[in-house]
Design a protein around this ligand. Structure first.
Ligand SMILES: Nc1ncnc2c1ncn2[C@@H]1O[C@H](COP(=O)(O)OP(=O)(O)OP(=O)(O)O)[C@@H](O)[C@H]1O
Ligand SMILES: [Mg+2]
Length: 336
């Protein structure tokens, strides 16, 4: 299980190396994961049943929900599997599919059933399970919600011929963009009536108003039993221009670093000036796909250069000063 010395702050520190911004969401997830494993440790000592707090990640597309979970998985020493709710909704054999997911969890635990039973299951695109407006019950998304509910509540799921996996102590993290949830919330939230005399109470009102209530998720199309099993909600925010710029340069695997490495391997020093990152961020904001379009724009910018570099071994330096001007190319003899 988790390292005893692990603290919420060390989880956040790990996430910070790859996920930029989203500080509130990082903290909420870190505390939730940490306290889950605290409860499990206590359960081993005292046999008190635990009250589980599964997590829901909500926020616009391309803002880091999946990235955060993948990064979390790499940083924790617990078995971790990811499943796509959309795939679950498309199969006629939901229970078989869920068994396969849990089997993967056991594989991740190297066959150790006890270890697998303390793992984390991340179910992405959960918002795609919404019941379509005005349609009768029993639609496929709703069936999947019921099937998921069963394992989230704790069930003995038969795997293969002999093994049963008890899902009681698994931690579930669900993620989704929930397009349209803001409108639902703006219709149902009414914490505006208290006369606010200070900044402080205005802040509290703002916080209450941005809280997602289970009833909002219900209106969106998740069944009440399901929303009830996801008491912890972490909201992801739209990425600001500054954050987008940081995403291109700061993470351990940032695209700028990756491309500098590619050029360096050809003996070329690549420099992209700060202004360019701002220009790319502006385009990305226009495309409204969060950080997802950054890579594409960046690649488009560098593809013509990557085409000519291998044919021109005398190119030493490439400098890009603007998205809208030709790059400057310096030539010379290759060192060594
Ligand atoms: N906060 C962030 N920090 C660093 N990179 C990010 C961040 N948000 C998004 N990215 C980049 O954008 C890509 C897409 O993000 P991600 O897959 O996490 O989006 P998502 O929130 O899960 O969106 P969707 O709801 O569409 O699934 C990531 O692989 C990463 O490269
Ligand atoms: Mg995602």
């Amino acid at each position: 299980m988790l390292d005893q010395a692990l603290k919420p702050s060390s989880i956040v520190h790990h996430l910070d190396q790859y996920v930029i911004g989203q500080d509130d969401a990082k903290k909420i997830v870190a505390v939730a994961v940490w306290s889950h494993y605290r409860k499990l440790a206590r359960l081993q000592r005292e046999e008190v049943p635990i009250v589980k707090s599964n997590i829901l990640l909500v926020g616009p597309s391309g803002t880091g929900k999946t990235l955060l979970c993948e990064t979390l998985a790499r940083g924790l020493d617990v078995p971790f599997v990811t499943a796509e709710a959309t795939a679950l909704a498309q199969t006629r054999y939901v229970n078989e599919e869920l068994e396969a997911i849990l089997q993967r969890l056991v594989d991740k635990a190297d066959g150790d059933l006890a270890k697998a039973q303390t793992g984390i299951v991340f179910i992405d695109e959960i918002d795609k399970l919404k019941a379509p407006d005005g349609e009768a019950h029993g639609t496929s998304g709703e069936n999947v919600q019921h099937a998921l509910l069963r394992i989230m509540e704790g069930a003995a799921v038969k795997l293969g011929r002999a093994d049963y996996l008890d899902t009681t102590n698994l931690l579930f993290i669900c993620g989704g963009a929930f397009v349209g949830l803001d409108e639902i919330m703006s219709q149902t939230h009414s914490f505006g009536f208290i006369a606010t005399s200070s900044d402080e109470s205005q802040k509290i009102l703002d916080r209450l108003n941005t809280r997602i209530k289970p009833t909002d998720l219900f209106t969106f199309g998740l069944i009440p039993e399901f929303t009830g099993r996801l008491p912890i909600i972490a909201r992801f925010r739209d990425l600001s221009r500054d954050t987008l710029v940081r995403i291109m340069t700061e993470p351990r695997n940032a695209i700028y670093r990756q491309f500098r490495d590619i050029f360096r391997a050809e003996g070329v020093e690549l420099t992209v000036e700060p202004k360019v990152f701002g220009q790319i961020a502006d385009l990305a904001i226009e495309y409204k796909t969060g950080a997802r379009s950054l890579r594409g724009i960046f690649e488009e910018l560098l593809t013509p250069l990557l085409y000519v570099v291998p044919d021109n071994p005398d190119i030493r330096k490439v400098t890009i000063a603007s998205l809208f001007t030709e790059p400057t190319i310096a030539r010379g003899k290759r060192a060594g």
